[in-house]
Design a protein around this ligand. Structure first.
Ligand SMILES: Nc1nc2c(ncn2[C@@H]2O[C@H](COP(=O)(O)OP(=O)(O)OP(=O)(O)O)[C@@H](O)[C@H]2O)c(=O)[nH]1
Ligand SMILES: [Mg+2]
Length: 205
């Protein structure tokens, strides 16, 4: 049984004007190209094929909105760090992501997807810093944990936690082995339940 049996794709946006209406609550999935964002989304929702995965980096080219439950969304962001994406498009994505993080009132948190074998790169650190400066929560999913031994995974996680301090939480994840999937789903649900200061339910009276 899927954790989100009614999850479905809403739309992709190439411009802020195409963003899905900003009501309810959402969590976005960002990170380097090919780090496993789309696979993580499918594993966490238990919906194979919900987000499109690929061996070719740079596959997710739009800000893709998915509805998990009424008023609760998950957003798959284009990945960064893929050199073959033409410069003008990279600049366009950067502006698009900045606008999204700055202005999106329903955005509760960034789930930052990092290949556990690579660790945090400069762009990951910039993304964490930027999300925090916009008042968003940050949870790191160290993916592809199945590529490391249990000990190697544990020490990679400890290193990332030391590096992050209180600025973010972190965990290991493997999409094919399903390790860490329950923990990630719990974190996702916790962020989506957070009270929205701008309110999706109007105050009484
Ligand atoms: N072994 C292993 N492979 C994984 C895992 N997660 C993703 N992959 C593989 O990594 C590749 C990229 O996965 P995607 O989920 O498409 O990555 P993405 O971050 O969405 O990529 P872009 O949308 O192109 O930026 C695919 O070949 C996946 O099968 C994992 O946990 N373990
Ligand atoms: Mg993707």
């Amino acid at each position: 049984m899927s954790a989100f049996p009614h999850a479905h794709y809403l739309k992709g946006a190439h411009e802020p004007s195409q963003f899905y209406p900003d009501v309810g609550a959402e969590v976005c999935f960002g990170g380097r190209s090919n780090s496993g964002k789309s696979s993580a989304i499918n594993a966490i929702t238990q919906r194979a094929g919900l987000a499109r995965t690929s061996k070719t980096p740079g596959q997710t080219q739009l800000v893709n909105f998915f509805e998990l439950e009424p008023g609760r969304r998950l957003v798959d962001l284009p990945g960064y760090g893929f050199a073959k994406v033409p410069r003008p498009l990279q600049d366009h994505w950067k502006k698009l992501l900045e606008a999204y993080f700055r202005d999106r009132t329903t955005l509760k948190a960034l789930f930052l997807i990092v290949d556990v074998r690579r660790g945090l790169g400069d762009q990951d650190l910039q993304m964490i810093e930027f999300a925090r400066s916009c008042g968003r929560g940050v949870h790191i999913l160290l993916t592809k944990a199945d590529k490391l031994t249990r000990n190697q995974g544990a020490s990679a996680l400890a290193a990332v936690r030391r590096q992050l301090g209180d600025s973010a939480t972190a965990q290991l994840l493997s999409a094919p082995a399903k390790t860490g999937v329950d923990e990630a789903r719990k974190a996702l649900r916790a962020f989506l339940r957070e009270k929205n200061p701008t309110g999706d339910t109007p105050p009484p009276g």
